[in-house]
Design a protein around this ligand. Sequence first.
Ligand SMILES: C[S@@+](CC[C@H](N)C(=O)[O-])C[C@H]1O[C@@H](n2cnc3c(N)ncnc32)[C@H](O)[C@@H]1O
Length: 216
Amino acid sequence: MTEAQGRALWDAARRLEKGDVILEIGSHQGRSTVVLGTAARTVGATVIAVDPFVDGKLFGGSPTRQRFEENIAAAGLNDVVELVCGYSTKLRPHWDRPFHLLYVDGKHDYWTYTDDLRWSAHLPPGAEVLVHDCFSSIGVTLGTIAKVLFGNRYTYVDRATSLARFRVTPPSMKDRLRVVAQLPWFVRNVGIKVLLRLRLRPVARLFGHDSPYDPY
Ligand SMILES: C[S@@+](CC[C@H](N)C(=O)[O-])C[C@H]1O[C@@H](n2cnc3c(N)ncnc32)[C@H](O)[C@@H]1O
């Protein structure tokens, strides 16, 4: 997470009111959860963190859950953050608790991401949806093209690098064009990922990417 992305999460949580709830999909070791939770505390809101703590090299399984719990405790957020351990796609069909801000940073394939957007059914009209790795992950961007650019439910607001902000409100043609305007940046990010896989970091540098990590 970049500082600007942390700021975007912070600001979104700070726009909530006392008693409001944030639902986060994909918490990992709790970095974004701590930002959201700390901001939520200042306005009297709370956070529900959804993560199955997927086993394997990428996400780390139960040791990751332990780190998450330690990080939430160290930040003094045990009374603000509630962990719901499970897959977002399995929990969603039975979910019946309202919330007021949705943050999506779980599995990044098209099907999971578009299913995760459906959690917005529990948001009030006009509420915000934040999405990480938007216009940098292929699955998330294709989902955004399908559901935001060509859909009628979400309006693109802005982004902090790959952290996009949508509002649950029907988009105008101008709003749709602002999604189209992000696509060259997406193509650039995919190009950089390819260059990094080909070990062509000096070429990636020419496009302003000076890091061994994928753009996010
Ligand atoms: C990129 S990490 C999240 C990073 C976190 N938001 C942060 O800022 O540190 C993705 C997380 O999504 C979780 N995940 C994968 N599939 C999921 C699903 N279907 N539902 C919820 N979480 C999922 C993984 O276990 C992993 O912890």
